[in-house]
Design a protein around this ligand. Structure first.
Ligand code: DOR
Ligand code: ZN
Length: 353
């Protein structure tokens, strides 16, 4: 008997690198990593190469996902000023729109106000808008939600000032939701020197006070745990100008289970953060007969042996609270004794509502 049975988890923030970065991750390798981590649905980010800002690029990603995905996948469309008029067309094959207001890996960025306003006017109202917003950009994002009276979702919140502003916005009834990534909950700037490039991502690791603020709001303001799984090879991470980003699909649930073990999180709240809220916020379809069986024996996270193509983790040495033993997706065993059984192409590509 498993210690715990959870619904199939949903990660609303995954970078799967196709097109253009198959040496870092593919739909086949990334979705194997997802299933091994108890995640049966991922939303893939648009900062690929080319980015998912045109129908042609969107089709490249969609057709690769159809052939390769082992769990269910939804795609984000990306906002680029030069392609902004194509947004309505992109919406047909996307679950949500992603707008980058701050610097990160890749060139996708919306810096000028007319392009930003156009996003809110052109993107269909029934599909969510997610934003990479840091510091003052969080206020910009919340302002747009208020002006256009439509929901926004703020990705990977990492600082006290940001989570407190979002708490105020929610308190005033504004339609704002947010996610926090495990690396911003289990690592801090104090780990950055030890980790070097392996601890570098956008947003960067917060101070211990930022981390404390995220935990303090885990039960009221944080809506989702999202991995921001951003694989880069070790070779790239060891180069002179390493790209920001860390993998996280296989370690997200095990780490959050450590918080359950030490009483910082209930199983009900974990289920809300990793399944119920992601599904509601992004209008995602139900996965019937889908369960994750968990063994609650603590274990130390190893440096290697991962299914993600990048093969490393920034969490090596931390103690996880449990591990995935078995995953059933739509009635079929897709993980058994930790082994991924799902074939490429067995996952579904979803379009949202
Ligand atoms: O560190 C990051 N890397 N943050 C992001 O938001 C994007 C990501 C990537 O694509 O590598
Ligand atoms: Zn990201």
């Amino acid at each position: 008997m498993p210690d715990l049975i959870l619904p199939g988890l949903i990660d609303v923030h995954t970078h799967l690198r196709v097109p253009g970065g198959a040496h870092k991750e593919t739909f086949a390798t990334g979705t194997a990593a997802a299933l091994a981590g108890g995640i049966t649905m991922v939303l893939a980010m648009p900062n690929t190469n080319p980015p998912l800002t045109t129908p042609e690029a969107m089709e490249m990603a969609r057709s690769a996902a159809v052939v390769d995905a082992r769990c269910d996948v939804g795609l984000y469309a990306g906002a680029a000023p030069e392609d902004i008029q194509q947004l309505p067309e992109l919406a047909a094959s996307a679950v949500a729109l992603k707008i980058y207001l701050n610097d990160t890996f890749g060139k996708l960025r919306v810096d000028d106000l007319p392009a930003l306003v156009a996003c809110f006017n052109l993107w269909p109202r029934e599909k969510p808008i997610a934003l990479h917003a840091e510091r003052q950009s969080v206020a910009v994002a919340i302002g747009l939600a208020a002006i256009y009276d439509r929901p926004i979702h703020i990705a990977h919140v990492s600082r006290r000032e940001e989570i407190e502003l979002i708490a105020d916005a929610k308190g005033r009834g504004l339609p704002v939701t947010c996610e926090v990534a495990p690396h911003h909950l289990f690592l801090s700037a104090e780990d950055a020197p030890r980790l070097g490039a392996l601890g570098d991502m956008r947003p960067v690791l917060g101070t211990p006070d930022d981390v404390a603020a995220l935990w303090a709001h885990i039960n009221d303001t944080v809506d989702c745990i999202a991995t921001d799984h951003a694989p880069h090879t070790l070779l790239e991470k060891r180069a002179a100008e390493p790209p920001p980003g860390v993998p996280g699909l296989e370690t997200s649930l095990p780490l959050m289970l450590a918080a359950v073990q030490d009483g910082r999180l209930t199983v009900e709240r974990l289920t809300a953060l990793m399944h119920d809220n992601p599904r509601r916020i992004f209008n995602l379809p139900q996965q019937p007969d889908t369960t994750v069986e968990v063994d609650m024996t603590p274990w130390v996270i190893p440096a290697g042996g991962w299914r993600t193509k990048c093969g490393w983790t920034p969490f090596a040495g931390l103690t996880a609270g449990g591990r995935v033993r078995r995953v059933v997706l739509r009635g079929r065993a897709v993980v058994e004794d930790g082994e991924v059984l799902a074939a490429p192409g067995s996952g579904r590509v979803i379009n949202g509502m």
